[in-house]
Design a protein around this ligand. Structure first.
Ligand SMILES: C[S@@+](CC[C@H](N)C(=O)[O-])C[C@H]1O[C@@H](n2cnc3c(N)ncnc32)[C@H](O)[C@@H]1O
Length: 287
């Protein structure tokens, strides 16, 4: 059964007495071309383990199950978990559906129970937009065994993820995504590819998870500096970084020693420059 069709999706939902829930970000994919692009970006092999967040009615899940060895799905809506038994689990025994909130499920446990030793999972998802940033941050920060992340997100969020230093899109999300992964926008997607149509444009982003950070600095301290720099975007770095508890002259010296003019703002700093400031501020503390 091809689920990428408004008629089929409407019929299934009607049979189960369901309606798309806006508050859960339920915009279902109905465009085969977009599904093809997501699958191509995920580059799945027959022994891959995939983690899908928000499988919905199972449109993407079916395609993942046909291409990978195993698919673990986390779906918050109990009604959809029932639908998935019919649309996916009945014909693809390699799919496990977990009913829960992807923000709260113990992902380490879930993955360690299913992954063969030494293997990493691939995340593939059309994310619910109301929780995109915390979910992506969770995937990045928790040190999960992940090889890649291919996600549909709001276009504006995609642009922030890949933004270079210096522009309005560059912020804490850009630094985190670029620190942990090599990101690329694979495709822009119009509202017409979904049912119901979202109010915003979307994009598919592929993130290859790095095995080593691209810059040398103690990780926690690095992100403390990044947060402080972007927490007060309009302030000069010399002022913004005093919120870390360092006197202004210490901050100024750390910036100058990194070759950074203290009047610059956080949004102009590259990852390497953030790392250099972090080393200068925290190396004496062993942070
Ligand atoms: C944009 S829809 C994608 C549905 C389907 N994958 C597709 O592409 O058609 C997002 C899905 O995430 C589910 N969802 C929303 N919040 C969630 C959460 N916190 N944890 C897990 N699933 C969630 C929604 O119920 C919905 O099925």
């Amino acid at each position: 059964m091809d689920l990428a069709s408004p008629g089929v999706l409407k019929a299934i939902m009607a049979r189960h007495g369901l309606r798309p829930q806006h508050r859960l970000g339920q915009n279902f994919l109905i465009d085969g071309r977009v599904l093809d692009a997501i699958l191509a970006a995920a580059a799945l092999a027959p022994d891959d383990v995939v983690l899908e967040i928000g499988p919905g009615l199972g449109t993407l899940t079916q395609r993942l199950a046909a291409a990978a060895g195993r698919v673990l799905c986390i779906e918050l809506d109990r009604g959809l978990v029932e639908v998935l038994r019919e649309t996916v689990v009945a014909s693809y025994p390699n799919v496990d559906v977990v009913h829960g909130d992807a923000n709260r499920v113990d992902l380490h446990k879930l993955l360690s129970e299913r992954l063969p030793p030494g293997r990493k999972a691939k995340v593939v998802a059309n994310l619910p937009y109301y929780v995109t940033t915390p979910l992506v941050m969770r995937l990045l920060e928790e040190g999960l065994p992940l090889e890649s992340i291919v996600v549909m997100v709001q276009r504006e969020v995609a642009e922030r993820m890949v933004a270079p230093p210096g522009g309005k899109d560059y912020g804490a999300l850009s630094v985190a995504v670029q620190y942990y992964t090599e990101p690329a926008v694979v495709m822009r997607v119009s509202p017409a590819s979904f049912m119901p149509q979202p109010e915003v444009e979307s994009a598919v982003v592929r993130m290859r998870v790095r095995t080593e950070p691209p810059v040398a600095a103690p990780e926690r301290a690095f992100f403390r500096v990044v947060k402080a720099a972007f927490g007060q975007r309009r302030k000069s770095l010399a002022n913004a970084l005093t919120s870390l508890g360092f006197p202004k002259d210490v901050v100024q010296a750390a910036l100058l020693a990194a070759g950074i003019e203290p009047g610059r703002r956080g949004e102009s700093l590259s990852l390497e420059e953030f790392a250099a400031v972090t080393r200068n501020l925290y190396s004496a503390e062993g942070a």
